[in-house]
Design a protein around this ligand. Structure first.
Ligand code: ATP
Ligand code: MG
Length: 621
């Protein structure tokens, strides 16, 4: 990649100037007066500026050659596909924005989007952005209770949903879930239903409307609302890996500058790229790096509706082959699953179009990193391991391809213009080689504005620990070269005889064993050591369990880390409990290991795994 100004990597103190320069990448209706107004811990980025996110994702690409470029390539689970050019997407977004307006949705009104991964989902998000109505995307795999909590917390006026969604050939009844969720909810006035699966659904007179019917006779011109840079763009509830979901609020200006800058640099974006982010739109990666960042940059995005193993385990590679995908951004959980299935699946397809790979969501253990590098990247594609959060809105720690030397398992260094640190419990920076709490030392453009309706929770949760610093909730190590290694979440770190052991490290050691596909470790109360490591392990396909396997796994951890980290218990299981975004829910595994009542399970992908685990662990111990 050609770095336009290499000196920006050494910004000194002038990060605000850097972000001021980056602000110019967007189209503004009115320029900002001040890049940053900081009223600790409340920030106004690009204060006084006016812009619109949808305008920046669509309208400004319509004047030149990009007008007829593919903006969105959609691949359905059943193999059906659709391509929308920038012009097409602009038209559909404007039409749907007019539909929303016709039902009384005004600037500031909240709209919940509970949809499969289909073009109408992206259209609905951008339509909301166009008229200044903050959207709340709720992952289509969430239960009706999870949906209801979010609708109520945000007090949504409208819900956009579909009759159903395809998942491994089955149909998930989204509309039915909405009906369940709304039984006792009064704030929702209209439910707009996209027809996707075609199964029959109950339509409530006066409340429910078919999407395809209402878009028919509606004008296709809808001016983009002039939004203050600081106005709300969306609310997104965190997945809840660690507890009750919070409504994270992102504002238009800073967020758009942050995601478009990082998207271009981290993925070294070129005009001819076919960019595929496999994340669901229901989580932050789907917002920032499937929709807003790439479309603001005029990229061609790929949207895939279904499961990675439907109809077969090579579906992803089939898609890469079919559309000649050049950039793939996915999660360690997916990579470990592909490892478990074996390399014959990617080998059977031509994936030579790939030139850059990304990872996000959890620490990627070196073993999975190497597999990704070898079998998907064919040892020629750089891997960007990107650390960030729903709250940060944009990538914060990452290598820049062909600029930052890569280290397997490290997310490298903070992005230009971002200042991060690792501190001890008093908030003092640790030395190189040491570990501590991961913090952000200065405001950054895509930072959350607040927790919806709860400024105090925002202050306490994020800015309450260390004065003037944002606390991420993660622990990390700073190596001799200044690289960051995320150890895991603070709540997950296991304290054995006073030594803090990172879950990522023990799990990495276990996955390094040839028989292991995936592992999750938690601390279990121990009379002598304080805590002992309890490991849940799933094996690769075709591995036969033999008598000494457990002992072998324990010995492998001792070999890799030391006897301190030796798990007291290793429990074999086919599946681990994960959130819908694919993250292991150690919080629940801890409940199981301790034999206590379960915490909130509403964001689990498959609740039956937990019941099964609980039963089996109880029987065994
Ligand atoms: P909740 O905050 O509700 O518990 P969550 O933290 O899982 O949910 P996200 O905001 O999607 O929701 O995830 C951010 C977290 O994911 C980070 O704090 C970190 O623990 C982990 N993470 C993300 N990317 C990486 C990465 N590249 N390396 C290591 N950890 C990562
Ligand atoms: Mg979090």
């Amino acid at each position: 990649m050609v770095i336009r100004n290499p000196e920006i990597f050494d910004l000194g103190q002038d990060r605000t100037k850097f972000w001021g320069d980056q602000g110019n990448r967007l189209d503004w209706f009115k320029p900002w007066d001040k890049v940053l107004e900081w009223n600790n811990p409340f920030a106004k980025w690009y204060a006084g500026g006016k812009l619109n996110a949808a305008y920046n994702c669509l309208d400004r690409h319509l004047n030149g050659a990009r007008r007829n470029k593919a903006a969105l390539i959609f691949e359905g689970e059943l193999g059906d596909y659709r391509v929308l050019t920038y012009q097409d997407l602009h038209r559909e977004v404007s039409r749907f924005a007019n539909v929303l307006k016709s039902y009384g949705v005004e600037k500031g009104d909240r709209v919940t989007i509970y949809m499969p991964m289909i073009p109408e989902t992206v259209i609905a998000m951008l339509a909301c952005a166009r008229i200044g109505a903050p959207h709340i995307v709720v992952f289509g795999g969430f239960s009706y209770e999870a949906l209801k909590d979010r609708v109520l917390d945000a007090q949504s006026k409208v819900i956009v949903t579909s009759d159903g969604s395809y998942r491994r050939g089955n149909i998930i009844p989204l509309k039915e879930n909405v009906d369940q969720a709304l039984k006792t909810v009064t704030c929702v006035e209209k439910v707009i239903v996209v027809q996707r699966t075609g199964q029959s659904v109950a339509m409530q007179e006066g409340r429910d409307i078919w999407y395809h019917e209402v878009v028919k006779n509606i004008p296709i011109v809808c001016p983009a609302e002039e939004m203050d840079a600081d106005d709300m763009l969306f609310i997104l509830y965190t997945s809840g890996t660690t507890g009750k979901p919070k409504g994270i609020v992102h504002s238009v200006g800073g967020y758009m500058v942050g995601v478009s800058t990082t998207h271009e640099w981290v993925f070294d974006l070129k005009d001819e790229d076919v960019y595929w982010c496999t994340a669901d739109v229901g989580w932050i990666t789907g917002h920032s790096y499937l929709v807003y960042g790439p479309l603001a940059n005029g990229a061609t995005i790929l949207l895939y509706e279904g499961a990675p193993d439907y109809p077969d385990k090579d579906r992803y590679w089939e898609i890469v082959e079919k559309y000649k995908v050049t950039i793939l951004y996915t999660a360690p959980t997916a990579i470990r699953t592909f490892m478990k299935w074996g390399e014959k699946y990617p080998m059977g397809r031509d994936i030579s179009s790939l030139r850059l790979l990304g990872s996000v969501g959890e620490p990627i253990n070196p073993d999975a990193w190497m597999w990704y590098h070898k079998h998907i990247g064919k040892e020629r594609c750089p891997i960007v391991d990107t650390w960030w959060q729903t709250e940060t809105g944009m990538i914060m720690i990452t290598p820049i391809p062909e600029v930052t030397p890569l280290k397997a398992g490290s997310c490298a260094v903070p992005f230009p213009g971002v200042k991060m640190g690792i501190v001890d419990h008093q908030g003092k920076p640790v030395e190189k080689g040491d570990s501590g709490y991961l913090v952000v030392c200065e405001p950054w453009p895509a930072m959350l504005k607040t927790v919806y309706g709860d400024d105090k929770r925002y202050e306490d949760t994020y800015w309450g620990q260390y004065a003037g610093m944002y606390f991420t909730g993660d622990e990390a190590k700073w190596d001799e070269d200044g690289y960051f290694w995320v150890i895991g979440r603070v709540d997950d770190v296991i304290n054995v005889s006073g030594h803090r052991i990172g879950t990522a490290e023990v799990e990495g050691a276990l996955v390094d064993h040839p028989a292991v596909a995936e592992a999750a470790c938690v601390g279990r109360t121990h009379a002598v050591k304080g805590q002992a490591v309890f490991a849940f392990v799933s094996l690769k396909e075709g591995i036969v369990v033999h008598d000494s396997l457990i002992a072998e796994l324990k010995a492998h951890v001792v070999l890799k880390i030391g006897s301190l980290a030796r798990p007291d218990d290793v429990f074999l299981t086919d599946e681990l409990p994960k959130t819908r975004s694919g993250k292991i829910m150690r919080r629940l595994l801890k409940d199981i290991a301790e034999g206590r009542a379960m915490g909130d399970t509403s964001t689990l992908a498959d609740a039956s795994i937990i019941d099964l685990l609980k039963k089996n662990v109880n029987q065994k111990t």
